[in-house]
Design a protein around this ligand. Sequence first.
Ligand SMILES: N[C@@H](Cc1c[nH]cn1)C(=O)NCC(=O)O
Length: 418
Amino acid sequence: MAQAAEKAYYRFLVLFFNCLLTFGSYFCFDIPSVLQNQFQGNLTCPNATVINGTVDCVEGLGMSPQQYNLLYAIYAWTNAVVVIMAGFLIDKLGNRFGVFLFSFLCVLGSSLFALGSHFRGTPYLLPLMLTGRLLFGSGNGSLTIVQNRITAFWFKGKELAQAFGVTLAFSRLGSVLNFFFTQTFEDKYGMQWTLWGGALLCVLGFVSAVVVSALDKIGMRQLGLDGAIAEESRKVRVQDVKLLSLRYWLLVLTIMFFYNGIFPFIADASKFIQDKYSDYSQKEAAYVAGAVYDSSLVLSASVGILIDYVGLRGVFAVACAVFTLPVFGLLAFTFVPPLVSTIWLGVTYSFAAVSFRRFKSAVNHLTHIVLDCYIFYFISGDGFKSSLLTCVNLSASIQRLAKVSKFFHIQPKIFDFM
Ligand SMILES: N[C@@H](Cc1c[nH]cn1)C(=O)NCC(=O)O
């Protein structure tokens, strides 16, 4: 008689909880962007006046723009560094250990971040919130790697492309809902409850980690694969990195510079829109900024099918980098409604993300490293130092790339492209 783990419902159950792993952390990642006004708002508003129904002083945490951007930079740096070690750790200790550890780090990080907001006006606020983002950054990127490994294992040779599409869509849904609801929630319940709400969504991720681990363990045992996977993982050699071609590296660089423009922009987009285009409320500005993720959510699946059909991933990646350039021109030098720019950015982002993700979990690992480094590059303006670090990260992470690709037997696909 066929075991439960061999049936379709079992792997779709795994997929459902696997998707929930990152839903909350993606939601949390951009909470600061929606609430940038409050993060940078005044500690008190003693002489506030109301003009046309809006108060001219926003009460908030009193951060400077630099301190606000540091929240994203510290996430990016720890994410980038930890993801390198995470790869090796997961290889040695397994997916189950990975989901527990990294989803726990997300919970811890987002909780510390929320706790920090209670220390408004004290010297503890920034260290607590930065430590929160640091721990959150240590968990989130690495969690996506384990998530993709689990999807790849359960859907290898079956509905793999669709499963990756659904996983990505679920994460995007987290981002989209953040830009739709966080401001309304903050209006009603205040900043502290909003941040605790984000932490609660990360707890949902942790609960899903428990369920996914259990399903994975039971299923692997039924399939008699537990030992085989560990053995395969140990056989992978670091020298395999030499097999990656110049064409592959060029694609990596393209995506790296591409992401450099996307996430730093989203981090500051809501406030930028309010500052530059005077007739946008905070809520409207968040909707417009979130349109990058909205279009990505809507398009990812169809773009995936298109790229699977026509191939040319490298061409798509380069083309969307080129077509993104005018967006920043529009935003900087014209008054064309910003929704045009954010939807446009969402379209090119979808093509870039999908064409890159077609290299499966191994490359996803690399994506996180490169894009996160470049968030710092953008924010700090310290190009040389961060470029150096990125190179170090790249070479270290490519070792992991070779490992993971072998592990999932996806090398033939990668080398097809090259
Ligand atoms: N580490 C995440 C950061 C992120 C960005 N938006 C939501 N979370 C990441 O690198 N994601 C890659 C992606 O394409 O979403």
